[in-house]
Design a protein around this ligand. Sequence first.
Ligand code: R5P
Length: 275
Amino acid sequence: MAVSKLEIKRFPDGERYLRVQQDVSGQCVAVIQSTSHRPDEYLFEYLLIADSMKDLGAKKVIAVFPYLAYARQDERFNPGEAITIETVAKLIESVGTNEFYTVDAHLHRISDISRIFTIPAYNLSAVPLLVEYISTNIELDNSVVIGPDEESEQWAAAAARILRADFDVLEKKRINAEKVEIRTRRLSVKNRDVIVVDDIISTGGTMVETIEVLRREGARKIVVGCIHPILAGNALARLYDSGADVVLGTDSIPSPVSRVSCAPVIAFALRNVKE
Ligand code: R5P
């Protein structure tokens, strides 16, 4: 498989210039494009790239979004809201994309990513790579896996299965009108090393709250692992300030903690694409 170069630059007015520097005619082309931090820009860039590839005669264009932005808004939670993930899927398809791949999309209410797309769409998982990194590089004793909330259960459960460890998620319990208590559902973390697993760390708010609860409940070492380290603003500093011992994520989004590469799962999937 060859790696093709693209020339992308900006005109003074902010418009984008794109030139494909290799003959893609008759080729099956995979466009790897993450959509973090400036999702609209990267999404539009993908549309330009994919449309140009098709226009230049590419036989097949495969979209690979290691991080798929807009997946959290997959429902109209309040009247009038845009279901943004559906719009994103329509745009990706509109330029002739033939197949779509992403990594650990935030699918909580939608069980299968192919329900959003009409083209073949696949949701790969980097949880095994994250877990392998943790178990190879971090010394843990009597460990337990914790998800910060119910939405994280699928990632925490997958990590626990691989590690053969116990897992639980935190739940919020209303004590009275003024008081909400956050605690583990059934497991104690007292004197145990904890691996907290979630798909996304964005502002860090969810994780900070989780770390504070775990510290209060007597956890020993706290390792925070996520697939997509958006780490907006000072999120990383807040995680360490609140008591995390280690924070790590994958390179679906480049960040100071992106120590785990998603490349092996993506490469494996692409190797099986029928040209
Ligand atoms: C949401 O349900 C996700 O799984 C994450 O828990 C959430 O996106 C984290 O966001 P933040 O870091 O801003 O609290």
